[in-house]
Design a protein around this ligand. Structure first.
Ligand code: C2E
Ligand code: MG
Ligand code: MG
Length: 421
């Protein structure tokens, strides 16, 4: 029995068409002390089962070849439903095929533990489950199910949903250009709660309008405060597609921006690529009016959606924000590099600012330099932080400029002085 796992993995879903393999896995999981073992014979059964559960399993073991709905299709459905449950792929197939599937899943932000050859041994399964436990903490778990609309409404009203700010820096010079406001629910007991837990609830319960205006108001107030201290930045705010059908939205944003006395160019509104698919009529009009008012418009998570060129061309965007799945790890994967480079080139040809999100390492940064990306954002530069921590971050960032500027492939830095605040 694996002591480190004991009691930590409470529930696992096995998706496997062979009854023999299911029974084998179930007995191994029992030996590992997993309390609840759910079973499904194919992807469709697994999805149906997940809908009935009040708490999502901690991990899944997914077979690839299954009738009705295979493992690849299941992974795509999990992605489409934003169900980020860490999983292990159990297969007998060749490693190139399995790694293509893992790559696909990772590119879509899924937390894949590893591939394991069938039949799994106790040791391999226990290691794979331990990997699942180490998956980043932003996965959906019981707490998502627990966010009550009434609690959320109260939190918005009390200003407990606050923007954290993640720096966006110029790839040529390393200097800060702006920040992205990312909503956090400041819950004293649990620490800051990430938006994947409450944005879907806000969207479903008609609270997203109030939430967005509150985040926007706090974000532009911060930007005005920094400006008063000599630091002019732009701020990006995420707009849910649900808001675009509101004819009040543009007037409300105008009032907030004018009230804070910042220029419209200092506000960038991010809309995900996927939101554009159903964007027509009123929503297109809203985007056009936002642009007419002078705000920047960004295509967020570019590369993960299913929009067509035609859909993209209908909206007057100013910025292309390349999804982090094409940025982090590009140095080690030629396919990702091709997509990264072509996205940057497309942005440049269309006169859009290219922004790469998810810059986690100096290797990622070096490729952005090489491909001529305009702006980078990611943990290498800085994580999202409360507004009052930005001055200290800026000071430490000044000390890192030399390191960023000397990254491999670096072109000469732009001739502009360091910022201070
Ligand atoms: P997004 O707009 O694409 O934001 C980027 C997400 O990537 C943020 O997660 C950020 O913390 C994370 N991130 C930044 N750098 C790195 C990195 O180097 N590596 C990795 N792995 N991740 C990185 P966060 O804050 O959890 O936000 C998740 C999503 O929630 C956002 O994705 C956005 O779509 C949504 N969201 C956040 N705030 C709001 C809001 O006020 N309104 C609406 N409608 N959606 C919001
Ligand atoms: Mg965004
Ligand atoms: Mg994004």
């Amino acid at each position: 029995m694996n002591g480190s796992l004991q009691g930590r993995v409470k529930a696992v879903l096995i998706v496997e068409d062979s009854g023999v393999q299911r029974a084998h896995l179930a007995s191994l999981l029992q030996l590992l002390g997993v309390g609840r073992v759910h079973q499904a014979a194919n992807g469709a059964e697994a999805l149906a089962l997940l809908e009935t559960l009040t708490e999502l399993p901690d991990a899944m073991v997914i077979d690839l070849h299954m009738p009705v709905m295979d493992g690849v299709e299941l992974i795509q459905h999990l992605q489409a439903r934003d169900l980020r449950i860490p999983f292990v792929v159990a297969s007998t197939r060749e490693s190139t095929l399995v790694s293509a599937v893992l790559e696909m899943a990772r590119a879509h932000g899924q937390q894949v533990s590893r591939a394991a050859h069938k039949p799994l041994t106790l040791e391999v399964l226990s290691e794979a489950l331990a990997d699942c436990l180490q998956a980043p903490a932003d996965r959906h778990d019981g707490q998502l199910v627990c966010v009550q609309p009434s609690q959320l409404a109260l939190a918005i009203e009390r200003g407990a949903i606050q923007p954290y700010f993640q720096p966006k820096v110029d790839v040529r010079s390393g200097l800060i250009r702006g920040v992205e406001a990312l909503a956090r629910w400041s819950d004293d007991a649990a620490g800051p709660v990430t938006p994947d837990r409450f944005i879907p609830v806000a969207e479903a319960e008609g609270l997203i309008h109030a939430l967005t205006l509150s985040v926007l108001q706090q974000a532009v107030t911060r930007v005005a405060g920094w400006q008063a201290r000599g630091l002019t930045l732009s701020v990006a705010v995420n707009l849910s597609p649900k808001l675009l059908d509101s004819s009040r939205l543009v007037g409300e944003i105008d009032a907030i921006v004018q009230g804070a006395r910042i220029r419209p160019e200092q506000l960038v509104l991010e809309v995900t690529e996927n939101a554009l698919i159903s964007c027509e009529g009123l929503a297109l009009g809203t985007l056009a009016r936002l642009r007419m008012a002078g705000y920047g418009l960004s295509i967020d998570d570019y590369g993960t959606g299913f929009s067509s060129m035609q859909q993209l061309a209908r909206v007057p965007f100013t910025e292309l924000k390349i999804d982090r799945s094409f940025v982090h790890g590009a140095h080690a994967n030629e396919h990702l590099r091709v997509m990264l480079q072509s996205s940057i080139e497309m942005a440049s040809r269309l006169g859009l600012t290219s922004v790469a999100e998810g810059v986690e390492s100096l290797d990622d940064w070096a490729w952005l330099h090489r491909y001529g990306c305009d702006v980078g954002q990611g943990w290498l530069i800085g994580r999202a932080m409360p507004g009052d921590e930005l001055p200290a971050w800026l000071r430490s960032h000044q000390a890192r400029l030399a390191e960023l500027r000397s990254a491999p492939f670096t072109r000469p830095a732009a001739a502009s002085g360091p910022h201070s605040i």
